[in-house]
Write a protein that binds this ligand. Sequence first.
Ligand code: ZN
Ligand code: ZN
Length: 321
Amino acid sequence: MSAVIDAAVQAFAAVQSWIFLTIVEPLLFRFDGAGVMEEAYDGIEFFLLGLVQIAMLYAILRPLEAWRPAERWTHRRDVGVDVLYTFLHRLGLFSLGLFFVLDPAVDALAGHLRLEGIAGFNLDDLWPGVTSIPLVAFALYLLVLDLANYWIHRGQHRLRWWWALHSLHHSQRQMSLWADDRNHLLDDLVRDGLFASIAVVIGVQPGQFVLLLIATRSVETLQHANLRLSFGRWGERLLASPRFHRRHHAIGDGHEGAYRGCNFAVLFPLWDVLFGTANFEPGYPATGIRDQLDSDGRAGRDYGRGFWAQQWLGLRRLVGR
Ligand SMILES: [Zn+2]
Ligand SMILES: [Zn+2]
Protein backbone atom coordinates (compact mmCIF):
# COMPACT_ATOMS: atom_id res chain seq x y z
CA MET A 1 0.00 0.00 0.00
CA SER A 2 2.76 2.44 0.97
CA ALA A 3 4.52 1.60 -2.33
CA VAL A 4 1.39 2.70 -4.20
CA ILE A 5 1.22 5.96 -2.21
CA ASP A 6 4.92 6.61 -2.81
CA ALA A 7 4.48 6.05 -6.53
CA ALA A 8 1.47 8.40 -6.58
CA VAL A 9 3.37 11.11 -4.69
CA GLN A 10 6.32 10.78 -7.08
CA ALA A 11 4.09 10.92 -10.14
CA PHE A 12 2.39 14.00 -8.70
CA ALA A 13 5.74 15.75 -8.10
CA ALA A 14 6.91 14.81 -11.61
CA VAL A 15 3.80 16.31 -13.23
CA GLN A 16 4.15 19.41 -11.05
CA SER A 17 7.75 20.07 -12.09
CA TRP A 18 6.97 19.25 -15.73
CA ILE A 19 4.21 21.88 -15.82
CA PHE A 20 6.47 24.34 -14.03
CA LEU A 21 9.47 23.86 -16.30
CA THR A 22 7.67 23.70 -19.63
CA ILE A 23 4.86 26.23 -19.17
CA VAL A 24 5.06 28.42 -16.10
CA GLU A 25 8.78 29.19 -15.79
CA PRO A 26 9.24 30.33 -19.42
CA LEU A 27 6.14 32.52 -19.08
CA LEU A 28 7.38 34.06 -15.86
CA PHE A 29 10.78 34.85 -17.41
CA ARG A 30 9.11 36.37 -20.37
CA PHE A 31 6.83 38.61 -18.33
CA ASP A 32 9.36 39.59 -15.69
CA GLY A 33 7.85 37.40 -12.99
CA ALA A 34 11.03 35.84 -11.58
CA GLY A 35 10.12 37.22 -8.15
CA VAL A 36 7.10 34.93 -7.73
CA MET A 37 8.67 31.61 -8.82
CA GLU A 38 8.10 29.94 -5.47
CA GLU A 39 4.45 31.04 -5.25
CA ALA A 40 3.88 29.86 -8.82
CA TYR A 41 5.34 26.44 -7.99
CA ASP A 42 2.99 26.14 -4.98
CA GLY A 43 0.14 27.38 -7.14
CA ILE A 44 0.63 24.45 -9.54
CA GLU A 45 0.46 22.08 -6.59
CA PHE A 46 -2.87 23.61 -5.56
CA PHE A 47 -4.14 23.37 -9.14
CA LEU A 48 -3.18 19.69 -9.40
CA LEU A 49 -4.65 18.89 -5.98
CA GLY A 50 -7.86 20.54 -7.19
CA LEU A 51 -7.89 18.31 -10.28
CA VAL A 52 -7.27 15.16 -8.24
CA GLN A 53 -9.97 16.21 -5.78
CA ILE A 54 -12.57 16.79 -8.50
CA ALA A 55 -11.70 13.47 -10.16
CA MET A 56 -11.96 11.54 -6.88
CA LEU A 57 -15.23 13.16 -5.81
CA TYR A 58 -16.69 12.52 -9.25
CA ALA A 59 -15.61 8.86 -9.17
CA ILE A 60 -17.27 8.36 -5.78
CA LEU A 61 -20.35 10.58 -5.98
CA ARG A 62 -21.50 10.17 -9.57
CA PRO A 63 -22.33 6.42 -9.20
CA LEU A 64 -24.06 7.19 -5.89
CA GLU A 65 -26.14 9.91 -7.56
CA ALA A 66 -27.18 7.42 -10.23
CA TRP A 67 -28.00 4.78 -7.63
CA ARG A 68 -29.93 6.83 -5.03
CA PRO A 69 -30.88 10.23 -6.42
CA ALA A 70 -32.89 12.63 -4.29
CA GLU A 71 -34.68 13.57 -7.50
CA ARG A 72 -34.93 11.88 -10.91
CA TRP A 73 -34.54 14.22 -13.87
CA THR A 74 -35.62 13.82 -17.45
CA HIS A 75 -32.60 15.80 -18.69
CA ARG A 76 -29.29 17.12 -17.31
CA ARG A 77 -29.22 20.34 -19.37
CA ASP A 78 -28.85 22.68 -16.41
CA VAL A 79 -25.97 20.83 -14.79
CA GLY A 80 -23.47 21.73 -17.54
CA VAL A 81 -22.93 25.33 -16.48
CA ASP A 82 -22.22 24.19 -12.91
CA VAL A 83 -19.39 22.00 -14.20
CA LEU A 84 -17.86 25.15 -15.69
CA TYR A 85 -18.20 26.98 -12.35
CA THR A 86 -16.49 24.12 -10.54
CA PHE A 87 -13.45 24.11 -12.82
CA LEU A 88 -13.27 27.90 -12.82
CA HIS A 89 -13.38 28.24 -9.07
CA ARG A 90 -11.53 25.18 -7.81
CA LEU A 91 -8.69 25.39 -10.30
CA GLY A 92 -8.77 29.16 -10.64
CA LEU A 93 -6.51 29.63 -7.62
CA PHE A 94 -9.09 32.04 -6.33
CA SER A 95 -8.82 31.62 -2.57
CA LEU A 96 -5.18 30.66 -2.66
CA GLY A 97 -4.28 33.72 -4.71
CA LEU A 98 -6.11 35.90 -2.22
CA PHE A 99 -4.33 34.22 0.67
CA PHE A 100 -0.90 34.87 -0.82
CA VAL A 101 -1.81 38.48 -1.49
CA LEU A 102 -3.23 38.99 1.98
CA ASP A 103 -0.59 37.07 3.96
CA PRO A 104 2.32 39.52 3.38
CA ALA A 105 -0.06 42.47 3.66
CA VAL A 106 -1.30 41.34 7.08
CA ASP A 107 2.28 40.52 8.15
CA ALA A 108 3.33 44.04 7.26
CA LEU A 109 0.35 45.48 9.11
CA ALA A 110 1.06 43.30 12.17
CA GLY A 111 4.69 44.42 12.17
CA HIS A 112 3.57 48.03 12.02
CA LEU A 113 1.10 47.53 14.88
CA ARG A 114 3.79 45.82 16.98
CA LEU A 115 6.01 48.87 16.50
CA GLU A 116 3.12 50.94 17.80
CA GLY A 117 2.86 48.59 20.79
CA ILE A 118 -0.36 46.81 19.71
CA ALA A 119 -0.19 42.99 19.64
CA GLY A 120 -1.86 40.93 16.90
CA PHE A 121 -4.16 37.99 17.56
CA ASN A 122 -3.05 34.39 17.37
CA LEU A 123 -4.51 31.17 18.74
CA ASP A 124 -1.22 30.74 20.59
CA ASP A 125 -2.10 33.77 22.72
CA LEU A 126 -5.19 32.02 24.06
CA TRP A 127 -3.55 28.63 24.51
CA PRO A 128 0.26 28.86 24.45
CA GLY A 129 1.90 26.19 22.30
CA VAL A 130 -1.34 24.96 20.73
CA THR A 131 -0.36 25.72 17.16
CA SER A 132 2.70 23.47 17.50
CA ILE A 133 0.39 20.43 17.91
CA PRO A 134 -0.61 20.14 14.23
CA LEU A 135 -3.78 18.07 14.62
CA VAL A 136 -5.21 20.17 17.45
CA ALA A 137 -4.34 23.38 15.63
CA PHE A 138 -5.98 22.06 12.46
CA ALA A 139 -9.17 21.11 14.33
CA LEU A 140 -9.33 24.52 16.04
CA TYR A 141 -8.80 26.43 12.81
CA LEU A 142 -11.43 24.29 11.13
CA LEU A 143 -13.91 25.13 13.88
CA VAL A 144 -13.16 28.86 13.93
CA LEU A 145 -13.26 29.18 10.14
CA ASP A 146 -16.49 27.20 9.95
CA LEU A 147 -18.07 29.58 12.48
CA ALA A 148 -16.88 32.44 10.25
CA ASN A 149 -18.43 30.69 7.24
CA TYR A 150 -21.72 30.39 9.10
CA TRP A 151 -21.94 34.15 9.70
CA ILE A 152 -20.73 35.01 6.20
CA HIS A 153 -23.54 32.80 4.88
CA ARG A 154 -26.09 34.50 7.18
CA GLY A 155 -24.89 37.79 5.70
CA GLN A 156 -25.37 36.48 2.16
CA HIS A 157 -29.04 35.89 2.95
CA ARG A 158 -29.68 38.87 5.21
CA LEU A 159 -28.13 41.78 3.30
CA ARG A 160 -30.12 42.80 0.26
CA TRP A 161 -27.13 43.42 -2.04
CA TRP A 162 -25.48 40.18 -1.00
CA TRP A 163 -28.61 38.12 -1.59
CA ALA A 164 -28.86 39.71 -5.05
CA LEU A 165 -25.59 37.88 -5.80
CA HIS A 166 -25.95 34.75 -3.64
CA SER A 167 -29.41 34.00 -5.09
CA LEU A 168 -27.60 32.77 -8.21
CA HIS A 169 -26.33 29.86 -6.08
CA HIS A 170 -29.91 29.13 -5.00
CA SER A 171 -31.39 29.38 -8.47
CA GLN A 172 -30.27 25.85 -9.42
CA ARG A 173 -33.32 23.61 -9.57
CA GLN A 174 -31.15 20.55 -10.33
CA MET A 175 -28.76 20.15 -7.43
CA SER A 176 -25.77 17.94 -8.16
CA LEU A 177 -22.19 17.33 -7.09
CA TRP A 178 -21.26 20.28 -9.33
CA ALA A 179 -23.61 22.84 -7.78
CA ASP A 180 -21.40 24.13 -4.96
CA ASP A 181 -19.37 26.59 -7.03
CA ARG A 182 -22.29 28.06 -8.94
CA ASN A 183 -21.77 31.57 -7.59
CA HIS A 184 -21.55 35.11 -8.84
CA LEU A 185 -17.88 36.00 -9.32
CA LEU A 186 -18.32 39.11 -7.16
CA ASP A 187 -19.85 36.95 -4.44
CA ASP A 188 -16.81 34.62 -4.66
CA LEU A 189 -14.47 37.57 -4.38
CA VAL A 190 -16.16 39.01 -1.28
CA ARG A 191 -16.65 35.64 0.40
CA ASP A 192 -13.23 34.18 -0.35
CA GLY A 193 -11.60 37.51 0.53
CA LEU A 194 -13.28 37.54 3.94
CA PHE A 195 -12.49 33.87 4.52
CA ALA A 196 -8.80 34.23 3.61
CA SER A 197 -8.48 37.43 5.70
CA ILE A 198 -9.87 35.69 8.77
CA ALA A 199 -7.53 32.73 8.16
CA VAL A 200 -4.51 35.05 7.94
CA VAL A 201 -5.55 37.06 10.99
CA ILE A 202 -5.91 33.98 13.24
CA GLY A 203 -2.49 32.77 12.13
CA VAL A 204 -3.23 29.89 9.72
CA GLN A 205 -0.08 28.82 7.84
CA PRO A 206 -0.23 28.49 4.03
CA GLY A 207 0.23 24.68 4.10
CA GLN A 208 -2.63 24.32 6.57
CA PHE A 209 -4.80 26.69 4.58
CA VAL A 210 -4.64 24.38 1.55
CA LEU A 211 -5.67 21.40 3.71
CA LEU A 212 -8.51 23.39 5.28
CA LEU A 213 -9.81 24.32 1.84
CA ILE A 214 -9.62 20.73 0.60
CA ALA A 215 -11.49 19.41 3.65
CA THR A 216 -14.17 22.10 3.52
CA ARG A 217 -14.74 21.82 -0.22
CA SER A 218 -14.98 18.02 -0.21
CA VAL A 219 -17.85 18.23 2.27
CA GLU A 220 -19.42 21.06 0.25
CA THR A 221 -19.38 18.95 -2.92
CA LEU A 222 -20.93 16.00 -1.07
CA GLN A 223 -23.74 18.09 0.41
CA HIS A 224 -24.84 19.47 -2.96
CA ALA A 225 -24.96 16.03 -4.59
CA ASN A 226 -28.31 14.76 -5.87
CA LEU A 227 -28.32 12.09 -3.19
CA ARG A 228 -30.96 10.54 -0.98
CA LEU A 229 -28.58 10.48 1.96
CA SER A 230 -28.89 11.55 5.57
CA PHE A 231 -26.36 10.81 8.32
CA GLY A 232 -29.01 9.63 10.79
CA ARG A 233 -30.48 11.42 13.79
CA TRP A 234 -27.15 12.22 15.49
CA GLY A 235 -24.89 12.21 12.47
CA GLU A 236 -27.01 14.97 10.92
CA ARG A 237 -26.25 17.14 13.92
CA LEU A 238 -22.51 16.51 13.72
CA LEU A 239 -21.79 17.07 10.04
CA ALA A 240 -23.85 18.76 7.33
CA SER A 241 -25.30 16.03 5.07
CA PRO A 242 -26.79 16.27 1.57
CA ARG A 243 -30.23 16.22 3.17
CA PHE A 244 -29.35 18.98 5.65
CA HIS A 245 -28.04 21.29 2.92
CA ARG A 246 -30.90 20.40 0.59
CA ARG A 247 -33.25 21.93 3.17
CA HIS A 248 -31.18 25.12 2.86
CA HIS A 249 -31.93 25.10 -0.88
CA ALA A 250 -35.63 24.18 -0.49
CA ILE A 251 -38.19 26.50 -2.06
CA GLY A 252 -39.72 28.38 0.85
CA ASP A 253 -37.48 27.15 3.69
CA GLY A 254 -34.16 28.07 2.15
CA HIS A 255 -34.47 31.84 1.99
CA GLU A 256 -37.68 32.91 3.69
CA GLY A 257 -38.91 33.28 7.27
CA ALA A 258 -37.48 35.26 10.19
CA TYR A 259 -33.84 34.42 9.42
CA ARG A 260 -34.20 34.47 5.62
CA GLY A 261 -33.42 30.77 5.50
CA CYS A 262 -32.17 27.88 7.62
CA ASN A 263 -29.24 25.45 7.81
CA PHE A 264 -26.52 27.98 6.97
CA ALA A 265 -23.65 25.86 8.35
CA VAL A 266 -21.05 24.62 5.90
CA LEU A 267 -19.52 21.82 7.99
CA PHE A 268 -21.00 21.77 11.50
CA PRO A 269 -24.80 22.11 12.03
CA LEU A 270 -23.86 22.95 15.62
CA TRP A 271 -23.90 26.64 14.65
CA ASP A 272 -27.46 26.44 13.35
CA VAL A 273 -28.52 24.67 16.55
CA LEU A 274 -26.80 27.30 18.72
CA PHE A 275 -28.17 30.29 16.82
CA GLY A 276 -31.69 28.95 16.24
CA THR A 277 -31.57 28.39 12.48
CA ALA A 278 -31.47 24.56 12.30
CA ASN A 279 -34.17 22.64 10.45
CA PHE A 280 -33.88 18.85 10.62
CA GLU A 281 -37.26 18.17 9.04
CA PRO A 282 -37.06 14.91 7.02
CA GLY A 283 -37.62 14.70 3.28
CA TYR A 284 -36.03 15.83 0.04
CA PRO A 285 -37.93 18.95 -1.08
CA ALA A 286 -37.74 20.63 -4.48
CA THR A 287 -34.99 23.24 -4.69
CA GLY A 288 -34.88 26.76 -6.07
CA ILE A 289 -36.24 30.21 -5.23
CA ARG A 290 -39.92 30.97 -4.91
CA ASP A 291 -39.83 33.88 -7.34
CA GLN A 292 -38.66 31.51 -10.11
CA LEU A 293 -42.02 29.79 -10.03
CA ASP A 294 -44.84 30.90 -12.27
CA SER A 295 -47.45 32.96 -10.47
CA ASP A 296 -50.94 33.46 -11.88
CA GLY A 297 -49.88 32.70 -15.41
CA ARG A 298 -46.86 35.02 -15.43
CA ALA A 299 -43.39 33.51 -15.74
CA GLY A 300 -41.18 33.80 -12.66
CA ARG A 301 -37.87 35.62 -12.36
CA ASP A 302 -35.16 34.48 -14.75
CA TYR A 303 -31.72 33.88 -13.23
CA GLY A 304 -30.18 32.95 -16.56
CA ARG A 305 -29.15 29.63 -18.03
CA GLY A 306 -25.64 30.23 -19.37
CA PHE A 307 -22.61 31.57 -17.50
CA TRP A 308 -22.61 35.12 -18.90
CA ALA A 309 -26.37 35.53 -18.60
CA GLN A 310 -26.18 34.48 -14.95
CA GLN A 311 -23.33 36.88 -14.20
CA TRP A 312 -25.03 39.75 -16.02
CA LEU A 313 -28.43 39.21 -14.38
CA GLY A 314 -26.66 39.10 -11.01
CA LEU A 315 -25.20 42.55 -11.64
CA ARG A 316 -28.62 43.82 -12.63
CA ARG A 317 -30.19 42.49 -9.43
CA LEU A 318 -27.36 44.16 -7.53
CA VAL A 319 -28.35 47.58 -8.87
CA GLY A 320 -31.99 46.89 -8.06
CA ARG A 321 -33.41 45.77 -11.41
ZN1 ZN B 1 -27.38 30.12 0.88
ZN1 ZN C 1 -25.53 25.42 -1.44
